[in-house]
Design a protein around this ligand. Structure first.
Ligand code: ATP
Length: 371
């Protein structure tokens, strides 16, 4: 499928939005490259929707400037109406016209185009085929499942033939299977259409799977912007680490510097065990820090080695590919979601070891803790 039109770039410069005393966005600056798929990730109330709505023209920032390509759409003395910004939006609750058939909903953005009636009909048919619902073209929205309605909304956004598509948690009302399928289609069809995407979610696995770049928001501030790999492997703060999923977190002491950003640490409850980890912030010998461990970097064994610690299986759950375990170590620490192809039974004693590339030490900031 060839790209249909030129993708738009977006720039947010010092955007602030306050609702009375409540600061929803606090000095957000962000550049989105044309053609990229950017996902804004953050907990409820972090400002994701407000940022999207400011770009769409549904909210007006209190301060700052937003430009689409080189054109300022909102600034101190500028406000371009939403319908003149050259963007389309896919909403969480679909927002279809209830009195129009599927085909007419999708045709809606084409009304003002220069195409003939036949060309418009062919375009609608093509789009419905792309999103896999050509056979439903004469149904009304209330005769469709949630997943089918969201496909109509996606086809309508693509029909608008714009360089920028905004997605406001489009999968959050769908069940797990449909989410997975539609996520794949959103990713491939939006990229194939050559549009830039700005997508918001509070689901970290959705964000990491979809994005070329992830922006993490916390309390109205953009706290990290990078590739999914950067955000996962080198989180900018303990908040980002926790929000993107840690299996376990322990107090540790730094006992050796092993390289420019690698340290060796010990756990208070197992001083004989030494672990290597990435130091994402400067750490000196004797410093007390927190060790964060991603689930993929934890391994279970029957034998205790130098770089492992004793634990006890608290819970085991079959997930189709294998087993996910929760393990208690030390006094009261639980490591969760640890995958193994074979089953370790509840109550069994195990040795837990950590892959240094999935472990990092940082200072632990308590505010913003989200698990
Ligand atoms: P969610 O994932 O729950 O949708 P979010 O990250 O999208 O959350 P926003 O909806 O942008 O967050 O809200 C950011 C903050 O601004 C919240 O504290 C919210 O209560 C507040 N807020 C948003 N809209 C308004 C409004 N119209 N009036 C007052 N406060 C608002």
């Amino acid at each position: 499928m060839k790209a249909e039109r030129r993708a738009a770039g977006v720039t947010f410069a010092g955007v602030r939005k306050a609702f009375g005393d409540k600061v929803a966005l606090d000095d957000v600056s962000l550049t989105i490259e044309p053609g990229s798929f950017v996902v804004l990730l953050g907990p409820s109330g972090s400002g994701k929707t407000t940022l999207l709505r400011c770009l769409a023209g549904i909210e007006r920032p209190t301060r700052g400037e937003i430009a689409i390509d080189e054109r300022v759409v909102v600034g101190p003395s500028t406000f371009v109406a939403p319908e003149k910004r050259g963007l389309a939006m896919v909403f969480q609750d679909y927002a279809l016209w209830p009195h129009l058939t599927v085909a007419r909903n999708v045709a809606f953005p084409l009304q003002s185009s220069a195409r003939t009636k036949q060309e418009r009909a062919a375009r609608v048919e093509d789009l419905l085929e792309r999103v896999g619902i050509a056979h439903l073209s004469e149904r009304f929205p209330n005769q469709l499942s949630g997943g089918e309605q969201q496909r109509v909304a996606l086809a309508r956004a693509l029909a608008a033939d714009v360089g920028l598509i905004l997605f406001d948690e489009p999968l959050s009302n769908l069940d797990a299977d449909r989410r997975e399928q539609l996520r794949l289609e959103i990713a491939t069809l939006t990229r194939a259409a050559g549009a830039t995407a700005l997508y918001i979610t509070h689901d970290q696995s959705e964000a990491l799977a979809l994005a070329d770049r992830v922006g993490v928001l916390n309390q109205g501030r953009l706290v990290q912007f990078g590739t999914p790999e950067d955000v996962y492997r080198r989180p900018a703060s303990a908040f980002v680490a926790r929000f993107t999923g840690v299996a376990g977190e322990f107090p540790v002491r730094v006992v050796r510097a092993c390289g420019p950003d690698t340290v060796e640490v010990t756990l208070p409850f197992a001083p004989e065990a030494h672990f290597e980890a990435l130091a994402l912030e400067p750490a000196a010998l004797g410093d007390d820090r927190h060790l964060f461990v991603r689930a993929a970097g934890v391994e279970l064994n029957n034998e205790v080695a130098r770089a492992s610690v004793r634990g006890q299986i608290r819970d085991v759950a079959f997930n189709g590919r294998g087993y996910e375990h929760a393990i208690s170590v030390g006094d009261d620490v639980v490591i969760s979601k640890v995958f193994a192809h074979s089953r370790f039974e509840r109550g069994a004693e195990v040795a837990v070891s950590f892959d240094p590339s999935s472990c990092f030490v940082m200072e632990s900031e308590q505010e913003g803790k989200c698990q």
